[in-house]
Design a protein around this ligand. Structure first.
Ligand code: MG
Length: 399
């Protein structure tokens, strides 16, 4: 299988929140605790879980819809209680609906899922008051990397579902007041995943003719727009780069809004920024550690990036109660450590590579070769870089 190499692309697209913009998770989560609901305090680590609103349970699902673990209120459910609620096979009857919802991101009365801690109104308002408390500024290395990507007539673009006010606050906090200069085109209020499917026109955010519909032929380099759609954006990229069928890679953190639509509705490649990789373990500072891939041990850091890991932050992302985001040992009778959770299957199928942070990839040379996930292998773990998360390693290595 071909490797992924950044210098092979004509255009580089970025999501903003939790992709280019790294949040100070500890402050964010504490804010969530204070401003949201009491029970979330007791359910930290709930990312990737489903709420079965019919039975009032929170459940963790396997890739095939089997219930791996469940809780009711503050207490975990025993195996017997799970069997009595869901039957001997423990298959959740709304599993197919859940998969459909990932496709459509449509609301469904039967369940909800937490993909993200911070999709909560009110939290955004607080972030606006003291942005530096909630975002980590990008290192000089990341800024240089963005500039390096633009060399040789290539296109760097931002596509965020945030409105311009919030996107501008976020981007200026992480990249500085000149944040717009890093991008050839900026699309806000993109309504992903609809951006990749619908044909909504671009709207101008120019002060004079604000919200006027802009024909794709009139999209301007360094323009800032609202709404829009991916196929017109691709025509703009083609015009800018001179590439007939431009090769595009998109960076995003959301399996539902970024990865799934990009891999099913476009020809773009997808790099997933996955904070859980750091939380569940691979040791970025220790090049002697035994679970580095051999070629990664020799990797050269060529820009001044920030590879520090906040241990308190990792602890927030980890869940002793629910186990790994990627792997559930009780559902792996062959002990081959493939990804066997619901979200693990989506990572294998709908991303090309997964990285822990932008800082990590920005440190590498542009000609670095990344192994890809093998979409034809169930639960493939090949695409994690710099290394597989610890729960996916053979026991002898992970202990
Ligand atoms: Mg995001």
């Amino acid at each position: 299988m071909s490797k992924l190499c950044l210098k092979d692309f004509d255009a580089y697209g970025f999501d903003l929140d939790h992709t280019l913009a790294k949040y100070n998770l500890v402050n964010q989560i504490q804010l969530t605790y204070n401003s949201l609901v009491d029970f979330l305090v007791h359910q930290r680590g709930c990312k990737g879980l489903f709420v079965d609103t019919e039975q009032g349970n929170i459940i963790k699902l396997s890739h095939s819809g089997k219930i791996l673990r469940g809780s009711h209120g503050m207490g975990m459910l025993s195996q017997e209680e799970l069997v009595s609620a869901y039957g001997p096979n423990l298959i959740w009857e709304h599993y197919e609906h859940a998969r459909e919802a990932v496709r459509a991101r449509a609301g469904n009365q039967k369940f909800a899922f937490w993909e993200n801690y911070f999709d909560v109104p009110g939290i955004l308002v607080a972030a606006q008051q003291t942005p530096s408390k909630y975002y980590q500024p990008s290192s000089e290395g990341v800024k240089q990397w963005l500039l390096d990507l633009k060399q040789n007539n290539k296109c760097v673009f931002l596509t965020t579902s945030s409105h311009i006010d919030y996107a501008s606050l976020t981007a200026s906090t992480i990249l500085g007041e000149d944040w717009k200069s890093y991008f050839d085109i900026i699309v806000t209020n993109a309504r992903k995943p609809g951006f990749f499917q619908d044909q909504k026109p671009f709207l101008s955010l120019d002060g004079v003719k604000e919200h006027e519909v802009v024909d794709y032929n009139s999209l301007q380099q360094h323009g800032v727009y609202s709404s829009g759609n991916h196929s017109d954006l691709e025509k703009f990229i083609s015009k800018l780069t001179g590439a007939d069928k431009p090769k595009v890679v998109y960076f995003g953190d959301s399996l539902c809004s970024d990865a799934f639509p990009v891999k099913t509705l476009t020809n773009w490649d997808l790099i997933l920024v996955l904070e859980e990789m750091e939380a569940e373990g691979y040791h970025p500072h220790d090049n002697t550690h035994h679970y580095w891939e051999p070629e990664e041990r020799d990797r050269k850091i060529v820009r001044n990036v920030n590879l520090c890991v906040d241990e308190e932050e990792e602890a927030y992302l980890l869940s002793q109660q629910w186990g790994s985001f990627f792997y559930h040992p009780e559902a792996d009778p062959l002990h081959d450590r493939h990804m066997n959770t619901f979200w693990g299957e989506l990572i294998t199928k709908y991303t090309d590579i997964a990285i822990p942070s932008m800082e990590y990839i920005a440190g590498l040379p542009l000609d670095h070769q990344f192994a890809r996930f093998d979409h034809s292998v169930d639960g493939s773990t090949d695409g994690f870089s710099p290394a597989k998360p610890k729960p996916l390693l053979p026991l002898v290595l992970s202990d």
